[in-house]
Write a protein that binds this ligand. Structure first.
Ligand code: FES
Length: 163
């Protein structure tokens, strides 16, 4: 007597469920890929604009700076100096690695706390690893009478603003 070979009968309901499962899996994968493509396309097409604060600083009224004063504006990173010859502004970032310098009134110098560079009040380097003096920045008086400083414009030293 020939042996009957066992062959599982396809179950119509199960076959259909498996097919649905793979169909849904495929559609889900395509949806995720489409969403990712859309996000990357949006990022690629949107402009890459970097919004930076204006380099122009309004330093206020000249009479708020006593003569022979050195005022550090920490927020804008500048010194506003009222010398006998007039006003001028210096960049306060050390020319070595960019640390914010500080005014030492007891010594009459500008000092960098990071690696010990020292500068005269007029920005000239005295000692330390800083390769350059502190930059003089373009300074002028606005139509309204305020002192203005352009942090992006270095000028030759010893150009005082007389008010
Ligand atoms: S950052 Fe000022 S001395 Fe190095």
């Amino acid at each position: 007597m020939p042996e009957e070979k066992y062959e599982p009968k396809p179950e119509a309901g199960k076959e259909l469920n498996r097919r649905d499962f793979f169909l849904k899996l495929g559609l889900g994968s395509l949806s995720i890929a489409a969403a990712g493509t859309t996000v990357f396309a949006y990022q690629f097409l949107s402009p890459n604009v970097l919004f930076e604060p204006s380099p122009i600083v309004n330093a206020g009224r000249p009479d708020s700076y006593p003569i022979d004063s050195v005022t550090l504006d920490v927020n804008s990173g500048i010194y506003l100096i009222h010398a006998k010859e007039g006003f001028f502004a210096l960049g306060a970032a050390c020319t070595h690695l960019g640390c914010l310098t500080v005014w030492k009134p007891e010594l009459g110098i500008i000092a960098c706390p990071c690696h010990g560079s020292k500068f005269k009040r007029e920005g000239e380097k005295i000692e330390g690893p800083a390769p350059k003096p502190l930059p003089w920045l373009r300074t002028w008086v606005s139509d309204e009478g305020d002192l203005m400083v352009d942090r992006s414009a270095a000028i030759r030293p010893m150009q005082f603003v007389r008010v």
